[in-house]
Design a protein around this ligand. Sequence first.
Ligand code: FPP
Length: 235
Amino acid sequence: MDGNGRWAGARGLPRNEGHRQGVENVKSIIKAAKEADLSCLTLFAFSAENWNRPRTEVSALMRLLEHYLKEQAKVLREQKIRLRVLGRTHELPSRVAKLLRRTEEATADYTERTLALALNYGSRTEVVDAMKAYAEAVARGEADPASLDWAEASRYLYSAGLPDPDLVIRTSGEHRVSNFLLLQSAYAEYYFSPKYWPDFGPEDFYAALMDYARRERRFGKTGEQIRRAPQPQTV
Ligand code: FPP
């Protein structure tokens, strides 16, 4: 969800106004994802590197997140959307961490649709945390490195149990991955939009889905092999 700051700057507004508008767009895109019948939508809301922003901006983002969670927890329950959080949540302000935990618990049974929020997230810290958890499991005698494969390794990631993303969208004209779901996106398709996040509305989201639908995913096979057999559906 890139470009909130530039969206605000282009209008002579403070950066936080861009984030506020960004949250409004989060609500529209969650609705659009439900209408498109997607099973899982992951939003990169705060990276492990975002702590390096000015303290006032970080506080404003945390306040927005807290407000969003208070306002939307009921909506998520009503719409039977499960919330999952990816990242080092224990380092977030305790009020935010508590709201996230409560909402995750309250929506845990709604497994048909998932909203995953990547918060204080970075792929490299995810790998480090997974390695620590795995080493501890080995030390307890609960895991055996000799039989480790990707199916087991991926269970130590924050995203355990979630499908790999089929499509990764980045807004604001940047063509970077920025430490986002690097392992899970091994076979994902990428879509880059020049629009700033607050301007990336449902019609842009649907255009990205249509673009994705036209792509041929080969998963290492030849195009001929894929066209002969139906494409695997990962989500
Ligand atoms: C990127 O724009 C956006 C962020 C770092 C924060 C995104 C967070 C929200 C929209 C609010 C909280 C989220 C939820 C799910 C309620 P930028 O600030 O990097 O923009 P710039 O590159 O134009 O400066």
